[in-house]
Design a protein around this ligand. Structure first.
Ligand code: PLP
Length: 391
């Protein structure tokens, strides 16, 4: 089996797994209990918080553990804690559904939601954000109750967004800034101070940590309401007994990935080239989507005249796991909102797949993926029959 869907999830780091074990079997005490048996778990959480903070240049008090990216995103979008509260949300058109659907929920509760357009590479336009922030006579009052949220890197096409510039623009007009960095943390160098963000979401299973755990960075002084009512965990902000083993595993996985960022990037770019070279050598026509500044290993490829869903299943039969760019239902392919936002036409969008390589992939696996695509695209007897499609 060749696993090339690392943007969906990643394999657990072996050292992270080893570090977790003791907190499941031996040192399983509830970290909130005062007796000495629980001290090790409490200490482990505190060390994990420090390690994670160091990895993104934050302070430990600014890290709040959550159940993952979706929870971190929802916490910021839905449960804002300004005295006046957030009445306006501005997000990019290509956010993950954890943001888009949280915004829809807020919209039903009376919050206005506006979308920053992106260019054909998926880059959110800073000038368009400015237009949204400066419109109308009430702009200053509007901005005071506005939260801008733009993802650091897109999950479908890998595009890295100009977060520093977007955050500066939001702050210039008095708005708050959040970034969903789920696809970036553990893969790109992250410095929250340099980025200038108020909030940042991350998820461990995207960087070789365990599933069901993540964190939210909240800049000191940036207000946010507690997520849950209950115990005093996470400084009273996120009640509930901590997932000690997973928190420890997350910190270890992040530390290990951050230590090898450059090495991994060089390797992944090489693997991308191998796949593209195989396709080019065999004259396979394709379009590579996204920006040249992208998450290493994330390849969104479109093959005109083909169904992404069918490509996925053919590759699956050959033992290769990838993702589609658009999802099929029984009648009609649902074009992804990201591909729509970058202006891709329907035919090309339908033939889109995402290959996301990870640090465990090898050069020979990249060759195999390329050759498998050549074989499938070359023997194109099952190419989409466009005549019978709905328009
Ligand atoms: N945000 C982005 C950009 C993602 O890619 C994902 C997961 O695919 C999420 C949020 C949700 O993260 P989780 O699976 O940890 O809830």
């Amino acid at each position: 089996m060749i696993y090339a869907d690392n943007a969906a999830t990643t394999k657990l780091d072996t050292e992270a797994f080893e570090a977790m074990k003791t907190f499941l079997f031996d040192d399983y005490g509830n970290p909130s209990q005062p007796y000495s048996f629980s001290r090790k778990a409490r200490y482990a959480i505190s060390e994990a918080r420090k390690d994670i903070a160091r990895c993104i240049n934050a302070n430990p008090e600014e890290i709040f553990f959550t159940s993952g990216g979706t929870e971190s995103d929802n916490w910021v979008i839905k449960n804002f804690g300004l005295p006046s509260d957030i009445k306006h949300l501005i997000v990019s058109e290509i956010e993950h559904h954890a943001i888009i659907n949280a915004c829809k929920h807020q919209n039903m509760c009376g919050v206005s939601v506006e979308y920053i357009p992106v260019d054909e590479k998926g880059v959110a336009l800073v000038e368009e954000l400015k237009k949204l922030l400066t419109r109308g006579e009430e702009a200053a009052a509007y901005c005071e109750t506005t939260l801008v949220s733009v993802m650091l890197a897109n999950n479908e096409i890998g595009t890295i967004e100009p977060i520093k510039e977007l955050a500066e623009m939001a702050h210039k007009y008095g708005a708050f800034f959040h970034t969903d960095a789920v696809q970036a943390v553990g893969h790109l160098k992250i410095d929250v101070k340099e980025l200038g963000v108020d909030f940042l979401s991350a998820s461990a299973h995207k960087f070789n940590g365990p599933k069901g755990v993540g964190f939210l960075y909240v800049k000191k002084g940036a207000l946010i309401q507690p997520l849950n009512d209950g115990g005093a965990q996470e400084n009273g902000m996120r009640a509930g007994t901590e997932n000690v083993a997973s928190i420890v595993g997350m910190a270890k996985a992040l530390k290990n990935n951050v230590m090898c960022l450059e090495e991994n990037e060089t390797k992944l770019i090489k693997l991308e080239r191998i796949i593209e070279n195989v396709l080019k050598r065999n004259s396979v026509e394709y379009v590579r989507n996204g920006y040249s500044k992208h998450v290493p290993g994330n390849m969104s490829l479109s093959f005109n005249g083909f169904e992404g869903e069918a490509l996925l299943h053919r590759l699956d039969l050959m033992g290769i796991c990838i993702s589609t760019g658009s999802a099929c239902d029984s009648k009609r392919t649902q074009i992804s909102h990201v591909l729509k936002a970058i202006g891709m036409d329907r035919d090309l969008a339908e033939g889109t797949i995402r290959i996301s390589l990870g640090k465990n992939n090898t050069e020979s696996e990249a060759e195999t993926i390329g050759n498998a695509l050549v074989e499938i695209i070359g023997g194109n007897d099952w190419r989409r029959n466009t005549e019978h499609r709905e328009t």
